[in-house]
Ligand binder design. Structure first.
Ligand code: C2E
Ligand code: MG
Ligand code: MG
Length: 598
């Protein structure tokens, strides 16, 4: 036989909403009693659930939001008292209104009901009007209690961040406005410190959302631990926090506070059994020096924070007006950069790599140039870092690779001898999507029909450093995949990074490029001479070719020739020039550089 409760479709657990029908659960073992209560209450528009036993009632309460229970006292197995006791013992249900339905109209059984936690009684047989009235009153009181709770919760959410329990942006802004109002009267200083965690997106990727949330809570706790009671710590957005320092005296105090914040973050956090170190970039603005109004202080602290990020992260930076000008220029430049590719404003120049002894062309390096419609020719130094920050480096990098391959193909088609062309891969571009780079390269090679050995990728030394978060293996796997495609790999600016000598033999690279900074003083600085000489020896011992960058004079060339440096790149032979200039060399018409040996 089907029970009454089974007729009720199962509704998944959900939160209470204001416009939801009130729900009454009727619990009685006698079908007739259930039916008569149902008939009496139906006209009042309740959602009615029914249970034929105490156990069934408790089951229903587990996943339904119920506003009132009408509970028969006399039932087999669990009687009404016991059911009521269990309801009160459940945290979620401890406040649920329970009305006992009893035929025992004596004082003792009523008292016992009250002692187990019932809110009211109705007697069997029912007085219909009384039952409806009692249910209505209790449901209304319960509804009122819920509304209050909900209003409180909404008010809380308006001003606080539920993850960390810190004030949110709104509350911070209003406290900042109050602080400024006060500071103006008593002539005191206010400081606003903005903290943005470094590489938080990578942390989420590596640790997962839950561990990252733990990390954020930990950061919140540490921030609170290093401020005074009157200061406000707030969470503004996912990985961005703020500290408002009121009645702050000299600037040194703020610097000290910023140092404390940095130091507080530095201790590793253990998450998923990993020790994770989180760092942050901090920007600081001061009232009255950097702004009179709240929004100016926020804006300027942000500008300073962005500057701290750009200049190496894990540091703090006070705002300055010059920064503002620079920030505005950057905004313009960034907007222009977004359009530059579409508008075909980018160009590739090529710089020859030449044999120092025979002067034959051995290779080329593609270097990007931006023909800006108003500003004229802009070098990569002015926009590559920006492109790395805003993600444009990816389309830009792909464009360079594709453009270089097309050029190789064009020379080939014109019947000219060709040499490998190197393109620069930004370590940022590589790190973020290192697993995808081999795919992109393979696709471009296939699309342009260029033989893989004619494409060379210049990677920076820092890329080879083991990354605390992703581990070195990811990079290594991608490099091996690239190598398997047949492209050449070289390490750019070698010697400027960390001592990656330890890792060098593990990477499938073909060449090292000695950084220009060693070549400049190669004749006057014995250190630079020694370093360059050892790099050449080391590379040769590992079976790698060596390219010297930035060779400008005959004397430098001589020095490098004596030490068997394989390739020379630098103004001595040629600046980076447009493809048409390279064609002159390929045709054997250059005075300085011989065409490639076929
Ligand atoms: P890099 O890869 O180390 O490139 C060599 C830089 O040194 C080039 O500067 C080149 O013009 C310059 N140079 C070469 N020989 C001499 C010399 O004899 N004397 C002097 N003073 N300089 C010399 P450029 O073209 O301004 O490029 C600067 C950097 O920008 C490059 O350094 C590279 O890291 C980056 N870059 C250039 N093009 C691209 C690109 O397409 N993608 C990426 N990701 N980075 C690029
Ligand atoms: Mg390079
Ligand atoms: Mg270089």
């Amino acid at each position: 036989m089907m029970t009454d409760a089974e007729h009720t479709p199962a509704i998944p657990t959900r939160a209470w909403t204001e416009n939801q029908a009130n729900c009454v659960l009727i619990v009685d073992d006698e079908p007739i009693a259930r039916a008569s209560m149902e008939a009496l209450l139906a006209p009042d528009g309740y959602r009615l659930l029914k249970a034929e036993s105490g156990l069934r009632a408790l089951e229903i309460l587990e996943d339904e939001v119920v506003d009132l229970v009408l509970l028969d006292v006399m039932m087999p197995e669990l009687d009404g008292y016991e059911v009521c006791r269990r309801i009160r013992a459940t945290t979620r249900l401890s406040e649920l209104p329970v009305v006992m339905v009893t035929a025992l109209d004596d004082r003792d059984s009523r008292l016992q009901g009250l002692l187990t936690g019932a809110d009211d009684f109705v007697s069997k047989p029912f007085d219909g009007a009384e039952l409806r009235a009692r249910v209505k009153t209790i449901v209304r009181l319960n509804r009122y209690r819920r509304l209050l709770e909900q209003t409180e919760r909404l008010a809380y959410l308006e001003d606080f961040d539920p993850l960390t329990d810190l004030p949110n942006r709104r509350l911070l802004e209003s406290r900042l406005a109050q602080a400024l109002f006060r500071a103006r009267r008593v002539q005191e200083g206010v400081a606003l410190l903005l903290l943005d965690l470094d590489d938080f997106d990578r942390m989420i990727e590596a640790l997962g959302q839950q561990a990252s949330d733990e990390m954020l809570k930990e950061v919140a706790a540490r921030l609170l631990s290093c401020v005074r009671g009157q200061d406000t710590v707030a969470r503004l957005s996912s990985d961005r926090f703020a500290v408002l320092f009121e009645s702050i005296k000299p600037m040194q105090d703020v610097a000290l506070a910023a140092q404390r914040v940095r130091a507080a973050l530095e201790k590793p956090v253990v998450l998923n059994a990993h020790e994770v170190v989180v760092t942050g970039s901090i920007g600081i603005s001061l009232y009255p020096a950097d702004g009179e109004r709240a929004h100016m202080l926020v804006q300027n602290a942000f500008t300073a924070m962005a500057q701290a990020k750009r200049t190496g992260k894990n540091r703090y930076q006070f705002f300055s007006q010059e920064m503002n000008v620079a920030a505005l220029e950057r905004i313009d430049l960034e907007a222009d950069l977004r359009r530059a590719l579409e508008n075909q404003e980018m160009e590739l120049y090529y710089q020859p790599k030449v044999s120092g002894t025979t002067r034959h062309l051995l290779g080329l390096e593609a270097l990007i140039r931006w023909q800006h419609p108003q500003r004229g020719l802009i070098g990569p130094g002015e926009f590559i870092a920006l492109a790395e920050e805003n993600g444009l480096i990816e389309p830009l990098g792909e464009w360079v690779m594709q453009r270089a391959c097309r050029q190789i193909k064009a020379w080939r088609n014109a019947g000219l001898p060709v040499v490998p062309v190197a393109v620069n891969i930004s370590s940022r571009q590589f790190r973020y999507r290192f697993l995808e780079i081999p795919k992109v390269v393979a696709e471009i090679l296939a699309r342009t029909g260029v033989e893989p050995h004619l494409l060379e990728l210049e990677l920076t030394e820092s890329l080879l450093m083991p990354d605390e978060k992703s581990g070195v293996s990811g990079t290594l796997a991608a490099l091996n995949e690239l190598k398997a495609l047949g492209v050449r790999l070289s390490i750019d600016d070698f010697g400027t990074g960390y001592s990656s000598l330890n890792y060098l033999h593990r990477f499938p690279v073909d060449a090292l490029k000695v950084d220009r900074s060693f070549i400049i003083d190669i004749l006057s600085s014995s250190d630079d001479a020694t370093i360059t000489t050892s790099i050449i020896q080391l590379a040769h011992n590992l079976g790698l070719k060596v390219v010297a960058e930035g060779v400008e004079t005959e004397a430098q060339l001589e020095f490098l020739n004596q030490r068997d440096c394989d390739q020379i790149q630098g103004y001595y032979f040629s600046q980076p020039i447009p493809a048409s200039g390279i064609e002159v060399i390929l045709r054997g018409k250059s005075e300085k550089i011989m065409p490639p040996i076929p």
